[in-house]
Design a protein around this ligand. Sequence first.
Ligand code: AMP
Ligand code: MG
Length: 339
Amino acid sequence: MRAAPVQLGTALVAVRAAASAVLHVGDPQAFPKGAAGPATVADLAGQVAATLVLHERCGLQVRLAAEESWDEVVRCGGAGLMVHVARAVRATGLACDEATCERILRAGRDEGGTGAFWALDPLDGTKGYLRGGQFAVALALIIGGTPALGVLAAPRLGLQGTAPGAGVLFAAMHGEGAWQSPLVLTSIAEDAAHPAASDVSSDEQVPLHCAAWSPGMPIRVAGSVEAAHSDASGIEAALARVGSVQHVRMDSQVKYGLVARGGADVYARRSPSAGYAECIWDHAAGALIAQEAGCMVSDLHGRPLCFHQGRRLSTNMGVLCCPPLLHREALRACAATLG
Ligand code: AMP
Ligand code: MG
């Protein structure tokens, strides 16, 4: 289940390329994808940029389970936006035209499951992005049902605490810890073409450690802004049985990064939609980063997140991510209150 350093370099460049493409989109034109929420030119540009890097470095046959797909874009009326998508991708320095966008968006439909494959969310937290809140680009390499490496870019987050800032890159390799660094968005086209190139010098990388929570301390609970995505207030009420709750509402997988660096104590999530199964790209990178920073990550019944079921975590219910001591207490409180 180990990833190679060259694969980490590839992921760092792909995520930076996607973040750069997202930030080069001028007007974030959105189109609805039904229950899956909105997609925008930025979601598509991020996916095209990251996939171009994966193809450049790993070959066209690389397995990729990505959120956006050409068929869905066409079905939802987004195909006419390709001129804007290609423009944003070219602004990163990567070569791209409208036909390339279509070819690339046809290539991310891997069904996941067993073996080794990449999982990509090119713009996690689209509603946050449109609202001026947090969002993330998330890429993980999953091997044998377990995330082996994960990279998250949070272009609007600061380097400490929960405050906005100039951007952070979080990363982790299974068994080798997690770290963060400033998000640097230069030299993407050159890095994409050089398999050894990664991104930041090691002196900019700060190792991540989750908070040392102990009983009696307040519990800083990170949850969704969007009530349709998670019953954040129900979870906060459950955790109030364990200690006094301070809530941090933030969009996207950035919540895993917050907990990983001790800026929050818990990230917990429970969909209000009956039968909803979480998407693998919404959790693979963030969960590994938090785990490598010392957290326990499970679903709300304490089961490990199961990344070999396909594109969704279909045997899990919700997510609970926090330091081990708090995890035990939080599981008990959630079982008693949420069922
Ligand atoms: P957040 O920013 O934490 O609210 O989470 C954003 C993610 O919520 C998106 O990437 C969607 O995949 C996911 N999502 C969309 N609809 C639902 C739903 N009904 N229940 C749970 N998550 C959802
Ligand atoms: Mg997402």
